[in-house]
Write a protein that binds this ligand. Sequence first.
Ligand SMILES: NC(=O)c1ccc[n+]([C@@H]2O[C@H](COP(=O)([O-])OP(=O)(O)OC[C@H]3O[C@@H](n4cnc5c(N)ncnc54)[C@H](O)[C@@H]3O)[C@@H](O)[C@H]2O)c1
Length: 458
Amino acid sequence: MTSQNPSSNKSRRSFLKKSAGAASAAVAAPYFFTAQTAQGEETVSKNDKVPIGLIGAGGMGTGNMRSAAKWVDVVAIADVDQNRLQKANKDLGGGKADLYSDYREILERDDIKALHIATPDHWHTKPLIEAMLAGKDIYCEKPLTLTIDEGKQIRKVQKETGRIVQVGTQQRSTFPLFTKAMAIVADGRLGHIHKVQAAIGGAPTSKAIPVADIPEGLDWDRWLGPAPKVDYRHEGKATNCHYEFRWWYEYSGGKLTDWGAHHVDIANWALKLNGQTAGPLSIGGSVQHPVEFDENGYPKQNDRYNTATKFQFDVAFPGGTEMIIRDDTDNGVMIEGDKGRIFVNRGKLVGAPVDALKDNPLPEDAIQKVYKNLPMVGNARAAHWACFLHCHKEGLEPISDVHSHMEMLNICHLAGISARFGGRTLKWDAANEQIVGDDQANAFLTRKYRDGYEIEGV
Ligand SMILES: NC(=O)c1ccc[n+]([C@@H]2O[C@H](COP(=O)([O-])OP(=O)(O)OC[C@H]3O[C@@H](n4cnc5c(N)ncnc54)[C@H](O)[C@@H]3O)[C@@H](O)[C@H]2O)c1
């Protein structure tokens, strides 16, 4: 990518360069986590902060902005819920941000070059594509899409516009755990990898959730956006709106994309580092849903959560390599090779090849190399933001790039399509991104956007 940002200014450039230099020095230490955390504490002066437009001011949007607070100024916020808009402005902008109910007004502003999109999953592809077309660089929350065809559109527009897109899969910037695990893989410590396993937990169930009055301040029609028009439902914690949207196929892929976007990403990254370039060939397994599905793959009830509660999918790759995606066992990723296996999650990285590092450490630059030599500043969320800001500034491809995200998200989406048909095995033509000989399943490669909410400019 060669995008140049017109908002470049010298001081921001020097801040990020300085961070990069310090990070390289930190990487030279055998266990550099402490050094990086210290570096991540660095603050920049108010004038050097990157102006950010936030689209979707819920739990993650505001949380992410707090993680990046040392380096960014949230100057504009868009949300379809006035309550969230006001609260986020108080929390993030000190009450000074410009507030919008329609994110497109932020896209029109020339003074804002970088955006954070943290809307619900069904509202990612449209603003992301429109933002790229408007010349913005974007840190967009995972999963970028609900369908495989949306992924094709995003890749196409990203290639055409050259915009910088970081996906919110911050596990890639979790240096002492996931990134280190990838360095172990890349250094050949596991030998040939023949099996990876992503344990991601199952979705919750709900009772029937009654239709409820739309809360004051919430524009329910715009919250639904491209999704089908339905009633607002709410009782206690259960709803088809804020946060709980994850448990409805209309707005998400359930755990298969919510956590799949994290752990399948790591599992797939390991395969790529190990030379597995082609595939997958097929996917199928067993699945349980909280509601019955009709023969066309649609839930028969519309008043309760409908995403998969229990599942085990087997993803076959050329050469006999397999990936398992399951709801049970310890949440995390198991990577098995002919020389040993490791397990990694957000709390630990374990296995004989990890123990062996005491006597035979990784090369000093091993982690930096899998991190594409990008600056390693802080850890996890903060580091992921530092990575985005650096790439925004320098016109580089971030660590969670669109291409690798789509490649692994195709697997998550195929699991979701298989799930709608009881876990039926789908044969996948990866080159043409088509399911072979299964029209019912292929119908879910795309989704119809509701009138008035089509993607603009394509
Ligand atoms: N990377 C991670 O670890 C991580 C963790 C949690 C959530 N997420 C992702 O972040 C996203 C948001 O999740 P959340 O838990 O914050 O959800 P949330 O429901 O708390 O927040 C979403 C916000 O977007 C707003 N919104 C909806 N449509 C909008 C539109 N058209 N324009 C502007 N705002 C709109 C909603 O009103 C809400 O305030 C999801 O995609 C989720 O997968 C990522």
